[in-house]
Design a protein around this ligand. Structure first.
Ligand SMILES: NC(=O)c1ccc[n+]([C@@H]2O[C@H](COP(=O)([O-])OP(=O)(O)OC[C@H]3O[C@@H](n4cnc5c(N)ncnc54)[C@H](OP(=O)(O)O)[C@@H]3O)[C@@H](O)[C@H]2O)c1
Length: 340
């Protein structure tokens, strides 16, 4: 566990990526008590300089020989192999590891945490590692938690509309480049995704299993059950990549155990920390990715009854995947650990 100090030496593995850069901004904004900062990335970024809390920090190449002496907290937001290789090693050496990848999420000895929903899970970290959820699971459980507490949840059907930044910095570049090429009547090249993403959408995120589910769909179901502490909760997902730069949107259909009027659902959601209910169809007010970009809160709108099932509700949820879906959630976990 983390020893109480007035400030902490932090490391970010993957500091130059989409999530890593957002993490630096958030550590700055939230004045996280930093005594020192070590930034790691691949060879291609080594020697570069990134700013945080009024200082410039040089990026180091991450290698098996890298020394991590003196580091209190390591945030890993790089790749699955890097999480696998360094997560275990750093955790064993007494460094508190906050991991963004999917590698440890379903490990029974690793808590999977959204602080507003299950901060209590941080009390046991036997491997020295805590995972953050997938960037679609986090807003989903933020919306489900108050409904679970108020009326109990029987089944969840979710369709996601996920921005390209969920795949990382290279995918953001690909959307911009393809859009420019199309506007200039040039040929389009697809490298990150199997098909053109500009002016298109792909009903496919991750790899397919034998049943035809995408790995992202399986992650959402499993992670939601773990975080909500409901191992038998029925959850089904369809995940779609859309040509949006930032923010994931989700159409959520929930079947509740007990009746809940739309006004009661709205009140329960509005009382959830970190959630903003933005819902006035008469004034055409509903959350959109452009509104939620750069924001910390999870936005919920289009709250309405689903009369096709007993106790059914429909919701539309939008959240910035790089902030609450990744960097912010990780920094909030670090704050919970530091504040004890
Ligand atoms: N993007 C999201 O919305 C999101 C949400 C939740 C969780 N996550 C997870 O967060 C992690 C990072 O995602 P991202 O979107 O930030 O990806 P990204 O933009 O592609 O950034 C990847 C980072 O990892 C570094 N890296 C890659 N290969 C490396 C190597 N061999 N050695 C050292 N560093 C290496 C990169 O360094 P260079 O710049 O030098 O290549 C870069 O800093 C992933 O595990 C992802 O699953 C992402």
């Amino acid at each position: 566990m983390l020893k109480k100090k007035s400030s902490y030496v932090m490391a970010i593995l993957g500091a130059t990526g989409a999530v890593g850069k957002e993490t630096l901004e958030i550590l700055d904004e939230r004045k996280f008590p930093i005594a020192g900062l070590r930034l790691f990335a691949s060879k291609r970024s080594a020697g570069g300089v990134l700013a945080c809390q009024g200082k410039e920090w040089t990026v180091e190449e991450l290698t098996p020989e890298s020394s991590f002496a003196g580091i209190d907290i390591a945030l890993i937001s790089a790749t699955d192999p890097i999480s696998r290789e360094y997560g275990e090693r750093l955790g064993k050496s007494g460094i508190v590891v906050i991991d963004d990848s999917g590698v440890f999420r379903m490990d029974a000895n690793v808590p999977l945490v959204v602080p507003e929903v299950n901060a209590q899970a941080l009390s046991a970290m036997p491997r020295g590692i805590v995972s953050i959820p997938n960037c679609t699971t986090t807003p989903l459980v933020m919306a489900l938690k108050p409904l679970q507490d108020t009326a109990g949840i029987k089944r969840v059907v979710v369709t996601t509309f996920q921005s390209v930044s969920g795949t990382g910095a290279a995918a953001m570049d690909e959307l911009v480049t393809q859009t420019k090429d199309l506007m200039a009547f040039r040929d389009v090249k697809a490298a990150v995704y199997p098909y053109q993403i500009a002016f298109n959408l792909l009903p496919h995120i991750g790899s397919f299993n034998e049943q035809g589910d995408c790995s992202e769909e399986v992650k959402i179901a499993n992670e939601t059950r773990k975080i909500l502490g409901s191992p038998t909760l029925r959850v089904t997902a369809t995940t779609v990549r859309v040509p949006v730069l930032r923010c994931h949107s989700e159409a959520i259909n929930v079947e509740l155990h007990a009746p809940l009027k739309v006004n009661e659902a709205r009140a329960a959601l509005a009382a959830m920390p970190g959630v903003i209910v933005y819902d006035d169809p008469n004034r055409k007010l509903y959350p959109m990715p452009l509104d939620a970009t750069g924001k910390d809160e999870v936005y919920i709108g289009r709250i309405r009854e689903d009369p096709s099932v007993t106790n059914g509700l429909n919701l539309w949820v939008v959240s910035d995947n790089l902030r609450k879906g990744a960097a912010l959630n990780a920094v909030q976990i670090a704050e919970c650990l530091v504040n004890g």
